[in-house]
Design a protein around this ligand. Structure first.
Ligand code: KG4
Ligand code: ZN
Length: 366
């Protein structure tokens, strides 16, 4: 069977085509992602109406490209599928309405997918193919993106239990805000992690290492009994520290060094909190698999720490994180989650979705 999927919840116009069978094995035939990062960068974040304008400009060329690359046409599709939420409503509406039109015109079922569900299923894509039986349940998901930071337990496909989440900023959002206050462009995550890496080399110098040790950022909510997170206090601590430095002569002489050090210290605080809460959740819920996902899963320090810690403390647990191409927003992950909904969900509900499906900026995962 063939499934066509679209993702327009934020700043990527993405389309994918996948082939799958009833056993849950699939192949990715086309994966188109048109990014708007350059358009939003000067504004320091995503401007919703600008995103919608770009999506409406890009959606048809991107759809056309996916079909021409595979020599397929919409009438060959057995299912249509789209991110219906959460996300920016003007952006979501473009994808949802485009795919509703295709589903109505070709009289094929339409599946609405939750964006975070998509991120979770990005783990199943390996070398452009995969198998939905790949990971043993229960699965503990650590989802870290620009809009979400959640620990989600899955006892089976489509069964999502949010056991912990951020009480304020998402991890990606904190990376972006810290980058902005240090004077870096949007998106901040890749720049902060690059800066942190450059700080490593500087620490070989004893005097500089002494300066680095002056930075002490908090680990908010790390020792609370629940599995929740908080990152806004950490961001504020970075802001105050940086403001204090700016008034000191020393920082004016070496602003580049301090930015690298702040990036490293901030990232270390984030890594420690994520590691600690994930371990606590593992102890309580005893998953057989741990999956990392979301745009921030591209961060090498976070990935390495979680991976190494699990290998050391829970070697029996299977660990996976998405291939780099599938960490950020894409439509392939939405297609894989759509296959799961089709195979394990209520198919009758999908038949009239060209009429019933609505974009929902606050969509809940279950
Ligand atoms: O999942 P995603 O593409 O979009 C949302 O669903 O939000 O995640 C985007 C977020 C941004 O905040 C971006 O700064 C962050 O992922 N990000 C990173 C890295 N690459 C992207 N954060 C930390 N380190 C990275 N290497
Ligand atoms: Zn995302």
């Amino acid at each position: 069977m063939l499934i066509f999927s679209t993702e327009t919840s934020c700043d990527e116009t993405a389309v994918a085509i996948l082939k799958f069978n009833q056993k849950g094995q699939f192949k990715l035939l086309s994966n188109q992602v048109s990014s708007q990062i350059k358009i939003h960068a000067p504004w320091g974040g995503i401007v919703p109406n600008l995103a919608a304008r770009e999506h409406s400009k890009n959606i048809l060329p991107v759809i056309k490209k996916a079909f021409s690359e595979t020599s397929l046409s919409p009438k060959n599709m057995d299912l249509f599928c789209v991110t219906s939420g959460p996300g920016l409503i003007p952006a979501l509406l473009i994808g949802v309405n485009a795919v509703k039109t295709l589903s109505y015109f070709y009289q094929k079922p339409l599946i609405g997918v939750h964006h975070i569900e998509g991120h979770i299923y990005s783990n199943y894509i390996q070398k452009n193919q995969g198998d939905l039986k790949q990971f043993k349940f229960p699965i503990l998901n650590l989802v870290i993106s620009g809009g979400h930071t959640q620990l989600i337990l899955m006892k089976n496909h489509l069964e999502y239990e949010i056991i912990g989440q951020t009480q304020d900023d998402a991890v990606g959002e904190a990376f972006d805000k810290v980058a902005k206050l240090l004077g870096f462009e949007y998106p901040g995550g890749p720049i902060i992690s690059q800066q942190a890496q450059e700080a490593e080399k500087l620490l070989e110098d004893k005097e500089l290492a002494g300066k680095y040790s002056e930075i002490k950022f908090p680990r908010p909510m790390m020792h609370t009994k629940d599995f929740n997170f908080s990152f806004s206090g950490l961001k504020t601590a970075v802001l105050y520290f940086y403001q204090r430095l700016e008034t000191q002569k020393l920082s004016k002489e070496e602003p580049g060094i301090w930015k690298k050090f702040i990036s490293k210290a901030f990232q270390e605080a984030v890594v420690e909190v994520l590691q600690h809460k994930t371990l606590k959740a593992i102890e309580t819920h005893e998953p057989k698999t741990v999956l990392l996902s979301g745009g921030v899963s591209a961060n090498n320090e976070i990935l390495k720490t979680i991976k190494d810690t699990l290998k050391e403390q829970f070697p029996e647990i299977i660990f996976n994180s998405p291939e780099k191409d599938f960490c950020g927003d894409n439509a392939a992950m939405i297609g894989v989650a759509g296959i799961s909904r089709y195979l394990y969900g209520d198919r009758k509900k999908f038949e009239y979705n060209w009429k019933n499906l609505e974009a929902d900026s606050n969509l809940k995962i279950n």
